[in-house]
Design a protein around this ligand. Structure first.
Ligand code: DGT
Ligand code: CA
Ligand code: ZN
Length: 570
């Protein structure tokens, strides 16, 4: 999909304009458009111009630029801008913590050539003393460069999964594949991914290999064999495709789904039972008789185990649980009855109630919670007390008319830097649901940040803590918070904790979700929808919940509306 390329170009343009000191509104327009394209689940290359212009933030001008890029592979305005800014300078812009202004300063005053150069200068404290640069800034620059390098090794699942699905879709229509499945860390729904592993069966493996290395997005062919090939597609992402015998497909799927640690445990069990497992099947050791391997279930069945879901295969206790018959009955997407974190255009969302309701119903939901931002969050057009209560009144009127569907009147109230809530209890008490979250002061100390969250939870009006660590995968590390303490207080106060399903957040992450469950904390899975197609992010949140061993009963938004309302009251 061209979406990611356009997102990158628009963000680059915004940076370049900022370096040139251009109109802030124009700069913001590019960033907003990039943000909205990033969250599209549809392919922008096959979107007609009038529909492009329905994407929030995209008017005539930007729609024209998108079309130009899709048709010609170039955006002239971008090419021109790049010529006006030296290459070394634009390279510095990729550091997450480094804004255009500082980048320009470093480039001009210190003649910084590249990222290694910059990291060295920061470590040697050669940047201090320049306007606005303190020791902390240097630390952040070093961290930013490290994050950038790590980010090149592993990419967010939310970015890679759609690409992997595209590749599979292409092969299904352009090659004689029979069965085809994504394996590896993607199948386990790990939040970051190194590469794409695909397995297929076919009567004509050579034709499949041939179609694969000629995928339109291929930049480099690393290997082109009769049953195995590897290519690099856009932005350095590697894809491996193997064609295996139908009779081994299950064994190969188990093997290449991993994790490696899980597979090693299975093989140890096999050896003890006089068996042998590899990517071709499961065999009896003494005479090599093949006992199974066509289906993945065979592997587990012959070892005497129940099937273990891919999300659990990390050797984090799932083998023991399987042996002892206490694997969780994992939550499933079909258990979700509604979304508890949704924005409208009154704050920084893009739609109003009607559209949100229509789209929520399409997904089989019974309710959604409207949780616009509170007044303190200026950039997100947070609502004043008056506007929030107005919104609530409209929701109540609407609920009287709706059949088989309910809106919860809620708010995403900002936890201010000083730890106080952005609205008084008198306001919060009137809402069906109060989602509290941190949007500022990320660099405070561990004690301060932990105290902000725990004092929010001690407020009897607060139902849920949203995106509890604030991370943005590959862009912003989680802030420093004592999650054990947070979960302890969540349990004490009966506050639910959100698994934010937005693919760059996935926050709580899998490990904390598991910890929360073990501590008896109640959870919710929410998408933080700003544009209706973001409702589809729910599957990422459910996957994180499954990786955290969660069952239906651990998650509040599997309840019916009336039980939910009761459960939200502390
Ligand atoms: P990634 O790519 O780092 O996000 O994570 P994976 O789990 O996809 O790792 P990858 O691509 O290196 O390998 C895919 C699967 O293949 C892995 O989960 C298990 C299997 N595998 C790869 N190498 C080995 C190995 O040396 N031994 C065993 N038992 N399994 C392996
Ligand atoms: Ca992999
Ligand atoms: Zn939100």
């Amino acid at each position: 999909m061209k979406n990611q390329e356009i997102v990158r170009i628009f963000n680059d343009i915004a940076d370049l304009l900022e370096i040139k000191g251009e109109n802030p509104f124009r700069i913001r327009a590019y960033r907003r458009a990039a943000l909205n394209i990033e969250s599209l689940s549809t392919d922008i290359a096959s979107t007609p111009k009038d529909e492009l212009m329905e994407i929030p933030g995209i008017g005539q001008d930007l729609a024209g630029k998108i079309l130009e890029y899709i048709q010609t592979g170039k955006m002239q305005a971008y090419e021109d801008l790049k010529k006006e800014v030296p290459e070394g300078l634009s390279g510095l812009l990729s550091v997450p913590s480094l804004g255009p202004k500082t980048a320009k300063l470093l480039f001009e005053k210190l003649q910084v050539k590249d990222l290694d150069d910059l990291a060295r200068l920061a470590r040697e404290h050669k940047l201090i003393g320049l306007p606005g640069i303190k020791e902390k800034t240097e630390e952040n620059i070093i961290k930013g460069i490290e994050m950038l390098k790590r980010g090149m090794e592993r990419q967010p699942l939310g970015k890679v999964l759609p690409i992997a699905k595209d590749v599979v879709g292409y092969l299904e229509t352009h090659a004689p594949v029979d069965q085809i499945k994504i394996a590896g860390s993607i199948r386990r729904w790990k939040d970051t991914v190194k590469d794409i592993d695909i397995l297929a069966t076919s009567r004509d493996p050579k034709a499949v290999m041939n179609a694969f290395v000629h995928l339109p997005s291929v930049q480099d062919i690393l290997m082109h064999g009769p049953t195995k090939s590897s290519v690099i597609i856009h932005e350095g992402l590697q894809v491996d495709l193997r064609v295996v015998e139908e009779d081994s497909f299950g064994a190969a799927l188990a093997y290449f789904t991993g994790s490696k640690a899980h597979n090693i445990r299975l093989r140890e069990m096999a050896v003890k039972a006089g068996l042998k497992i590899n990517e071709y099947g499961i065999f009896r050791e003494k005479d090599d008789k093949k006992l199974g391997g066509k289906r993945e279930e065979d592997v587990y069945r012959i070892l005497g185990l129940p099937f273990i879901a891919p999300e659990l295969r990390e050797d984090l206790g799932e083998i023991e649980a399987a042996i002892e018959g206490r694997l969780p009955r994992l939550i499933d997407s079909s258990d979700i009855r509604g979304d508890l974190h949704v924005h409208t255009r009154r704050s920084d969302g893009s739609h109003d109630f009607d559209e949100l309701i229509r789209e929520a119903k399409k997904r089989g939901y019974e309710y959604i919670a409207i949780t616009d931002h509170s007044k303190g969050l200026g950039i997100a057009r947070g609502l004043s007390e008056e506007r929030l209560l107005e919104e609530k009144a409209e929701i109540e009127a609407l609920n009287k008319k709706l059949k088989g569907f309910k809106l919860l009147a809620g708010v995403e109230v900002d936890i201010r830097s000083d730890g106080r809530m952005d609205f008084t209890d008198e306001i919060l008490r009137q809402m069906d649901i109060v989602v509290a979250s941190i949007h500022s002061g990320f660099r405070q100390s561990r004690e301060q940040l932990t105290r902000r969250l725990t004092s929010a939870m001690r407020n009897p009006c607060v139902s849920i803590i949203a995106h509890p660590t604030g991370r943005l995968i590959g862009e912003r590390d989680p802030y420093d918070v004592d999650m054990h303490e947070v979960l302890k207080v969540a349990k004490e106060t009966g506050t639910a904790i959100e698994i934010n399903a937005y693919p760059l957040r996935l926050d709580l992450n899998d490990a904390y979700a598991k910890m929360a469950k073990e501590m008896g904390v109640r959870l919710v899975i929410s998408t933080d929808t700003h544009i209706t197609n973001q409702f589809d992010f729910m599957e990422y949140g459910v996957a994180i919940a499954r990786r955290g061993w969660l069952e239906k009963r651990d998650v509040l938004n599997t309840m019916d509306y009336h039980s939910l309302l009761k459960a939200l009251k502390k």
